[in-house]
Design a protein. Structure first.
Length: 214
């Protein structure tokens, strides 16, 4: 069985210790390095290959800016490395910016650390992962908007949307369906507009609520 090599970045020693403790019983995940700053994180990634990075959004004091700019830099330099954001932030608008920066999932620090193993395994397998609290928040938002009916998707829009929320990139979907990237991008935008979804976080939460990710 292949072991997932994980790097954890958080500026609080107790948090890093808690993550290490939570993952200790999973033989399929090995914590190969820990970073206490953005500078340490980038230095480690330049010298060691890892399969997944679990990264705190707020690590002040480094040469590299934390938050969304840090995530953008990670995605630009290591585009094939799945990144999990680890944060207390549960505002859907902020999380949309986080997802737009290329992360594959968001784990809330307010949730039990027991979910970390499932989150790491999910993004390593090509999926997306969001803490249940994010899904609940989205579902609550949906209940307040239920009076506005959604426009039905065309068969192709539905196919593109389902492939996207299950983890395929636009270029991968284009290859699978024999379409141009421009066409797939247009159909994805159209599907999300019809469903009144403003971004990827909402798309993943909506798909989860409907069981499309099962």
């Amino acid at each position: 069985m292949s072991v997932i090599k994980l790097i954890v970045a958080d500026d609080h020693p107790l948090v890093r210790a808690g993550i290490s403790y939570a993952l200790r019983t999973d033989p399929g995940i090995r914590l190969i390095a820990q970073a206490d700053s953005t500078d340490a994180l980038f230095k480690i990634l330049h010298s060691r290959r890892c399969d997944v990075a679990l990264v705190d959004l707020n690590m002040p004091g480094g040469t590299f800016i934390d938050g969304v700019p840090m995530l953008n830099s990670l995605h630009r330099r290591w585009p094939h490395m799945p990144v999990l954001a680890f944060t207390l932030e549960d505002n859907l608008g902020v999380l949309q910016l986080v997802v737009s920066a290329g992360v594959r999932g968001v784990v809330l620090k307010s949730e039990p650390m027991s979910e970390l193993s499932a989150a790491v395994r999910c993004v390593h397998a090509g999926g997306t992962y969001f803490s249940d609290a994010i899904h609940r928040k989205w579902a609550n938002r949906e209940r307040h908007a239920h009076t506005v009916p959604r426009t039905p998707l065309s068969p192709r829009e539905h196919e593109v949307f389902c492939a996207f929320v299950r983890g395929s990139s636009v270029s991968e979907i284009a290859d699978q369906l024999g379409l141009s990237i421009k066409t797939v991008s247009r159909q994805k935008r159209s599907a999300m507009a019809k469903l009144r979804l403003t971004g990827d976080v909402e798309a993943f939460a909506y798909a989860h609520a409907l069981g499309l990710l099962d």
